[in-house]
Design a binder for this molecule. Structure first.
Ligand code: IVH
Length: 710
């Protein structure tokens, strides 16, 4: 009779060995053993597992889906950017929104512009691409331009068609466009959410706070088998690139979606006026709690697609649509304690520890208090009863205190003058409302926060390196600076394996994630990861786009005249420039970089196709009445073509575009010798662009972002 313990041990050894070999083979391209040896190990494991199914180890091949996914999700560039929506919060805003649309289009206020009103589903947006009618790939929204490849996970969602169906026989089938990119929302129905949590409780697993989090957690599983296990649903509501069909209206497009087999929300209605839109909003608000899925507002969209195209976009949101959000949920609770958190930059942020309370379906235990002034302004004290508010994903806020409920012995909160973490002086500078710890590098709180920032999703994105791990590795003295992260496997792997909560699998995953990052990280993310004050994601992108390579960036930052070089870049102001220059002037930052940079492959900024038009960089002035475009529309078009639009003519003006009855501006242009274009000539320029690349959606997100920060 075999000894079961021996068998168990052998199976575990085999699984570990095979896992190691797989990793070496698939991820490091560096096989440890020959194929024949590998096959022999594998056969032995399979034989034993067949005889002792109860002893199969967790990391056995038979339980693993594969290694290809361990690197995280692949990336998919969207056929056209996936944008977000502007928000409005009141009924009055609905009327303003419609006014703006009328004005932009030059349609009289009393003339109808048909709108479509849709519930705003509280889930995660997706894009699904069909080639010749077959679902081929799907992605998350990501940063709008590039999303994560969730093809395998989307395939597990029953509601999403794998094939576009057709209702007109062969004729229609042969008419199915070759390329169809559909956008919509993945969500978890309330009932499925409830059942999932029941199961999680039964299995002592994490409980999800709300259906949206559950949907996100389920969709972003590297193992699609887990996604398949969770019940997810979809609604389709928007289009990406679709070749060959031109619908006249959004509503007709929705009808087509239904024929293709997509679930389309049944509440969607056409509205003929702002009054009807408001009525729809009220009706949906009433219905909200009874709907089988969570919604967080209503989306209004201009129905006619030609009008949508004319309206175009502001920054990342369409001008032809808006989200009307439900009011934030509020609740009353007791503020137990005001705690001071020290952030990455040394800012002392007061946080309210609350008696846990349910606010619109989410249990809230903390709220931000912003800074010392805010506490004084709202006279917030420990022990107070407070009204808190939560809107969407936003951190809960304290709206006000309830004075009647203030305890008799209450005392005003004294904001500390020393850092509660390192004991250094904490000071306020100038008019800044924020108090900063002056401890700099000696302050453990700052050091830890910098490390958390360094590995965070938007920076190096080292998966499996959450805040808790950073905290404990820091306390243990294993990770004090970013460099230590890359020494972790060599110097502390055995100790990590022995830490509570860690196993072979989680440790290997962490080391893999670290190695993956070392193999290549985009320049902009590396710059962001450095945590230079004032340099957020957008600025990091600007810097990356301007300097192209780390080498070039670092050399410039360390040379004379850096301030001037930086302030000349659009989107970089003097304060930012000073912070960046200061960072590179600090000795400890320089020596950190000297050690860090050789450890990581920093990828050059990819070459971008930059569109130039006859108006790129030119200053234009409009005058007179245009007959084919409204002023705002004309201005928008000129800006889309890279022009600056000015209101008065000067020697710096490149073009004056003159409509009917042009007056003094035209005379001045002639006097100064500025080139004058008629409306027809301006139209020709626009048409020229339309022919080559015009697509209301296909603008460069980066350029927009830069333009806005300017
Ligand atoms: S339309 C270009 N319609 O809301 C416009 N979005 O806050 C694309 N959402 O990113 C969006 N329900 O994830 C649209 N009926 C609906 C929606 C909807 C939910 C989400 C979507 C979007 C976010 C913007």
């Amino acid at each position: 009779m075999d000894n079961l313990d021996d068998i168990r041990r052998e199976l575990q050894d085999l699984a570990d060995r095979l896992e190691q070999c797989d990793r070496a083979y698939h991820q490091l391209d560096d096989p440890l053993i020959s194929d024949a040896e590998y096959d022999a190990l594998r056969r032995r494991a399979e034989e034993l597992e067949a005889r002792y199914p109860d002893l199969i180890p967790e990391n056995s091949l038979s339980k693993r889906v594969g290694f290809a996914v361990a690197d995280g999700f692949g990336q998919i560039t969207h056929s056209i950017p996936m944008l977000s929506l502007g928000n409005i919060f009141s009924e009055e805003d609905v009327y303003d929104f419609m006014d703006k649309i009328h004005r932009f289009l030059g349609i009289p206020a009393d003339e109808e512009i048909e709108m479509v009103a849709e519930p705003k589903i509280d889930g995660l947006s997706f894009s699904a691409v069909y080639e010749n009618g077959q679902f081929v790939r799907g992605a998350t929204r990501g940063d709008g331009a590039v999303g994560e490849d969730i093809t395998a996970n989307l395939k597990t969602i029953a509601g999403l068609p794998r094939k576009l169906s057709y209702d007109g026989g062969d004729l229609f089938q042969s008419n199915t466009p070759a390329f169809v990119d559909i956008r919509g929302e993945v969500y978890m129905a309330k009932q499925d959410f409830f059942e999932l949590n029941q199961n999680q409780i039964a299995q002592h697993k994490k409980v999800f706070a709300n259906p949206r989090n559950a949907a996100a957690g389920s969709l972003r599983q590297l193992n699609p088998a887990i996604t398949a296990d969770r019940k997810l649903s979809v609604f389709a509501y928007a289009m990406g690139r679709i070749d060959g069909i031109n619908w006249a209206t959004h509503y007709e497009f929705l009808e087509q979606l239904k024929r293709w087999g997509f679930p389309v929300n049944p509440e969607i209605r056409i509205c003929h006026s702002a009054d009807e839109m408001v009525a729809f909003f009220r009706m949906i608000s009433e219905k909200r709690s009874g709907l089988p899925y969570d919604i967080d507002g209503v989306v209004y969209k201009v129905n006619r697609l030609d009008l949508q195209r004319r309206l175009g976009f502001i920054a990342r949101s369409p001008r032809w649509a808006i989200a009307h959000k439900f009011p934030a949920a509020q609740a009353m609770t007791r503020l137990n304690k005001i705690r001071i958190q020290v952030g990455r930059t040394g800012a002392l942020t007061p946080v309210a520890d609350l008696e846990p309370v349910n606010v619109g379906g989410v249990i809230v235990q903390h709220a931000t208090l912003h800074n010392a002034d805010e506490i004084i302004r709202k006279d917030i004290r420990e022990g107070d009863t407070v009204v808190i508010q939560r809107a969407g994903d936003v951190i809960p806020q304290i709206v006000r205190i309830v004075p009647e409920k203030r305890p008799a012995d209450s005392r005003p909160f004294l904001f500390p003058h020393i850092c509660p973490v390192c004991g250094s002086m904490a000071v306020k500078e100038g008019n800044d409302a924020v108090t900063y710890c002056t401890g700099g590098l000696i302050c453990p709180a700052q050091a830890k926060e910098r490390l958390k920032h360094f590995v965070s999703k938007e920076a190096l994105d080292i998966e499996g390196f959450g805040d808790k791990n950073i905290e404990s590795f820091y306390e243990l003295g294993w990770v004090k600076s970013p460099i230590d992260i890359f020494k972790l496997e060599k110097e502390h792997s055995l100790e990590i394996l022995n830490l509570e909560g860690w196993g072979q699998k989680s440790a290997v995953n962490l080391f893999d994630a670290i190695q993956t990052v070392q193999k290549g990280i985009p320049l902009n993310r590396f710059i962001y990861a450095l945590g230079i004050h004032e340099v957020g994601e957008a600025t990091a992108k600007i810097l990356s786009a301007r300097f192209k390579t780390w080498q070039q960036f670092q050399t410039t930052m360390e040379s004379d005249g850096v301030l001037e070089t930086l302030t000349q870049i659009e989107g970089i102001g003097p304060v930012m420039a000073q912070e960046i220059a200061d960072f590179f002037a600090e000795d400890h930052n320089r020596s950190l970089l000297a050690e860090l940079v050789p450890l990581i492959v920093i990828q050059d900024e990819p070459e971008r196709h930059i569109q130039t038009t006859p108006l790129t960089g030119k200053t234009v002035v409009f005058t007179g009445t245009l007959s084919t475009l409204t002023r705002p529309e004309a201005k928008e078009r000129a800006q889309q073509m890279g022009a600056k639009v000015a209101s008065s003519v000067s020697a710096k003006t490149d073009f004056v575009i003159a409509g009917a009855d042009a007056g003094s501006k035209l005379t001045k242009a002639r006097d100064l010798g500025v080139q004058v274009l008629t409306e027809e000539e301006f139209q020709l320029l626009l048409d020229e662009r339309k022919k080559t690349d015009y697509d209301a959606n296909s603008f460069d997100l980066e350029e927009q972002e830069n333009g806005r920060t300017k």
